[in-house]
Design a protein around this ligand. Sequence first.
Ligand SMILES: CC(C)(COP(=O)(O)OP(=O)(O)OC[C@H]1O[C@@H](n2cnc3c(N)ncnc32)[C@H](O)[C@@H]1OP(=O)(O)O)[C@@H](O)C(=O)NCCC(=O)NCCS
Length: 183
Amino acid sequence: MATDESTAAAPVQVRPVLPADLPALGRIYAHYVEDTAVTFETEVPGRSAWEQLTADVREQGWPFLVATERGAPPGEGVLGYAYVKQWRARPAYRATVEDSVYLATEARGRGVGRVLLEALLAEAARRGARQVVSVITDAGDDASVRLHERLGFRWVGRLQAVGHKHDQWWDTVILQAALPEPG
Ligand SMILES: CC(C)(COP(=O)(O)OP(=O)(O)OC[C@H]1O[C@@H](n2cnc3c(N)ncnc32)[C@H](O)[C@@H]1OP(=O)(O)O)[C@@H](O)C(=O)NCCC(=O)NCCS
């Protein structure tokens, strides 16, 4: 699948991740690992970790998408990425996934996240996902909560002080959305 969408700032293309994109994904995520608590990872993952993650998502049968500037060649113009993976490994959780979405800082706040997450949820639903869980650090930046709420997610809970990063304890909030059955 690949889709073209216009946002306020620029035309954006959404397509499945390619191996050439992995360095760009690493650069985007490194900022959030090092400078923020939006992820509880504390070490910047290397190339092999990205290869493993994309392989795991593919083997689970779920989508891993990138948003790029329209017409950019593989690995270039990458604005962000999003994927779903199994929420839990046990078989009865088969149709329940957890989403992740990260944008380059300069691509934030102009609708790219919405385009990317909409495409991700549609593709996950098409492949049989029924429930999507989003675990979001309560770090005072409302963009992720707002984005998920706009796409139909509802608050289902809060885990208190479950993360310790940058000398601070962090809560996570949990949002959930039901996906439509494929028509
Ligand atoms: C969360 C993220 C993916 C959102 O993508 P985005 O392109 O910046 O968001 P959009 O421009 O699509 O806006 C989505 C909604 O959030 C709102 N929003 C955007 N930035 C916001 C901010 N800083 N504070 C409050 N609301 C904000 C927008 O107004 C919009 O809501 P609306 O439709 O009601 O106007 C992106 O900001 C990001 O990568 N953040 C850092 C990584 C992260 O937190 N990922 C989630 C962890 S899984």
